[in-house]
Design a protein around this ligand. Sequence first.
Ligand SMILES: [Zn+2]
Length: 331
Amino acid sequence: MEYWGKLPSILDSASRTRKLSHAYLLTGPEGIGKKTLATAFAARIFCEGEKKPCGECKHCRMFSAGSHPDFITVNREKDRANLSIRLIREMIDDVYIKPLLSSYKVILIPEADKMEFPAQNALLKVFEEPPSYCVILLIAKNEQSLLPTVRSRAVTVRVPHLGEKVIEQKIRERYPENAENAPFLAAFSGGIPGRALAMCENESFLELRGQWLDELFALAQGKKSAVFTMAEQYEKNKDRQDILLELMLCWLKDALFVSREYEDGIINQDRIQELETVAGSIPEKNLATAFTFLAEERRKMGKNPNIRLWITDVILRMREVLHDESNRNMF
Ligand SMILES: [Zn+2]
């Protein structure tokens, strides 16, 4: 998997000038590309070509085949929740053995935030006396789980969100079958490439979204039957409930934007006609109230043991808000 964005300048210049730190900490949310970026950086560190990574030198070839002897990944054992001190000790023993082929030895720890504290303490010893050739790449979703002493000894790189245009372009290249939906997928990904990929690779996602927004439009037009259909869909798609709520929030936000004549930032561009119909028939303040109501309810999601009852109530009340039926009782 290639990194879709440009290498952050701190990593780009470090790999070009060979002024490398002993440790880097890459942080960011799930799917942002932390590991992909770390791997792209490692490839540049090893490459001996002019333009890095050249893809042709022996290091590049071995690296892309996954067989570079100086690149070590420390993965958590499958049956353990944490990264044990045993694995870190093994890695430390390895660190002090000189690299075989390259002038560098790169250690990747993909779930550094899962290191037990004794493991982190052991790692600190390497940070105190690092061999000159060693570069340690730590990846953390939750950097607060790392000891401050570990964090302070590594160069922190916050992996940036990608631009919508970049993601849209990549979707078109890699998933030509989704070209038509690329603008929506890119906008809905929120700049997180892993999220865009997950949506592209899950064939039924776009279908579900289509049905969900059809029903939502029907609901906004006052159709009572939509309440039942949506509650049923929601209950059925157990592993996608949060995304269904998010789709609903995005759609309401879009309708609000259309109503306020904001042209930028509309996520469901392919639904613009429906959004215009909604914005033309439902007062802006009702759309805003419905949005706030739903955002508030989403925070409570999962607290109610009866999902069907909860979602039916939420959708019914949203319908009421949109049509001003009992607005005054809402809050
Ligand atoms: Zn190369």
